[in-house]
Design a protein around this ligand. Structure first.
Ligand SMILES: [Zn+2]
Ligand SMILES: [Zn+2]
Length: 369
């Protein structure tokens, strides 16, 4: 059990197989060798465990990369290298049978297949989300190797047909009453073997490249908005179509504004006298300053809506509003003269002038009488 194995061979996939492909191969095999389907068959149980072990590594992007590079799934840690593979039938069991009955089968590795989709996380400023912006992004991706044009064979040589499966990529064997078809282990389901690998791409047919793209971010995007750039993912294998690139937007927070849908909120502090006397104030909006008139007697929490001063709707359905939420600041430091005037003011305070205060104490009085 503990000798070194080739996980790709165990799952019958090629080393450049897409994650989706690996998952499919794993489900198919795990279903086939599941102990419930092979009661009392110790060999099937061993195979089932090996399949699980292989998938625990190849099904995890990080471990797979380490395995490709170092031949193990991470720094060697004496026997616990595959810590999160559970040979029991807990969560893995669920995973195997999810979508099991709808599964397609019988695809060989020889067919052309689509390149992988890529995801790029792009952070933009709040204002950029409001106006829209063009961004240049650099994406690392796999491209068809220019030296071998994707064949994986050294120029002047050709991949040869696998003798084990006669080029079909599949081998058949009997299991009880059934004849089962499985990806060929010798060619890893490819149907062909590259005897003289291309030195540029080490036989993979693809090389790592960086590509600069200009992405147009429309006005009104929000965190989580996903933009699809069709055909900008990784190149397809053996002439298959390329995958797509998904740019996922994250909008930075703003120190003055918060967003709710297409509306923008701004907390506006006003002084005690502005609130009491009314005022005309210049407030910020995402498209510049705007004049807001607050009436005399404005309270903390009062909201004033300015139509059309919010975010444009990303799908073109109009424009949100700006909501200015007032917060009254009580003076914290008084000069001698201010204190004098306020004390005079306090003597003149009346119940009509402070209906909330008056109403509160009327209720308190009623409660205890
Ligand atoms: Zn090459
Ligand atoms: Zn073969």
């Amino acid at each position: 059990m503990s000798q070194k194995r080739d996980y790709y061979q165990i799952l019958g996939v090629s080393p450049e197989a897409a994650p989706d492909e690996i998952k499919k191969a794993y489900r198919k095999l795990a279903q086939l060798h599941h102990p419930d389907k092979n009661p009392g068959d110790a060999a099937a149980e061993d195979r089932f465990k090996a399949i699980g072990e292989a998938y625990a590594v190849l099904g995890d992007a990080e471990k797979r990369e380490a395995y490709d590079r170092f031949g193990t799934a991470g720094p060697a840690r004496g026997g616990e290298g595959f810590g999160d593979f559970d040979p029991g039938f807990g969560s893995i069991f669920d995973d195997i049978f999810e979508g099991f009955f709808g599964g397609r089968s019988g695809r060989t590795g020889r067919s052309a297949h689509r390149g992988a989709d890529l995801r790029y996380n792009l952070e933009i400023r709040f204002e950029e989300a409001a106006t829209g912006v063009e961004k240049e992004i650099v994406i690392p991706r796999l491209e068809t190797c220019a030296t071998c044009r994707g064949s994986g064979a050294k120029p002047g040589s050709q991949p040869t047909v696998c003798k084990n499966c006669r080029g079909t990529g599949q081998v058949r064997f009997s299991q009880g009453f059934l004849t089962v078809s499985q990806p060929c282990g010798r060619c890893r389901g490819e149907g062909r073997i590259v005897e003289h690998p291309c030195q540029t791409c080490r036989g993979l047919g693809q090389t790592k490249a960086e590509r600069t793209l200009t992405v147009k971010i429309p006005a009104g995007v929000e965190t989580g908005t996903r933009l699809k750039l069709a055909g900008e993912g990784e190149v397809g294998v053996r002439g298959g179509p390329p995958g797509d690139l998904y740019v996922v937007v994250a909008v930075k927070e703003h120190s003055l504004f918060t967003r709710h849908g297409d509306d923008v909120y701004c907390e506006v502090p006003v002084s005690f006298s502005q609130a009491a006397l009314g005022a005309q104030i210049e407030i910020p909006t995402i498209s510049g300053r705007a004049t807001l008139k607050i009436p005399p007697g404005t309270q903390t929490g009062a909201e004033f809506r300015m139509r059309g001063k919010g975010f444009p709707n990303v799908r073109g359905f109009g424009q949100g509003d700006l909501l200015a939420r007032i917060f009254v600041e009580v003076p914290m430091h008084l000069s001698a003269k201010q204190r004098d005037l306020l004390e005079q003011f306090a003597k003149l305070e009346s119940s009509e002038g402070s209906p909330l205060v008056q109403g509160f104490w009327d209720k308190v009085k009623a409660l205890f009488e």
